[in-house]
Design a protein. Sequence first.
Length: 168
Amino acid sequence: MQRRTWLKLGAVSATVLILAGGTVALLQPGLQQGRLSPGAQEVFTSVGRAILDGTLPNEPAERQAALSSLIERVDALVQALPPHAQAELSQLLALLGTNVGRRTLAGLAPDWRSASVVEVQQALQSMRSSRLGLRLQSYQALHEIVGAAYFSGTSTWPALGYPGPLKI
């Protein structure tokens, strides 16, 4: 193929992806009435498992409780965001919740629920080192939200060596 053909194919593909993603985002938003949709909860649970690997409890029941608590705190964090940030996050989560968006934006083939920790870590690393600004910003948003929400819980402070606020 000629260079022009490749460029045209790339432009058409990008346009189709943007239109399809925008349509899906309108039909299945990542946030519903300011709260995480079930699909968004799956994204954050999977991303949380990957980012917090080694920090989460080893016992399966305790691990699940920690992840459930993470989702509750992410939900609270999202509700505190200004409307424009909620709208952007909703679009990101809607895109990541689709097969095309997950594969294109995150580079993750299996769905969020069945992806292993290593697969999600590799996808996040790929986003982190991407030259495409959208992928990098998506990684940064997911990473910052998970970290802030998880370590804001008092039960996680001992892992950081943080004794809590000083009593005055």
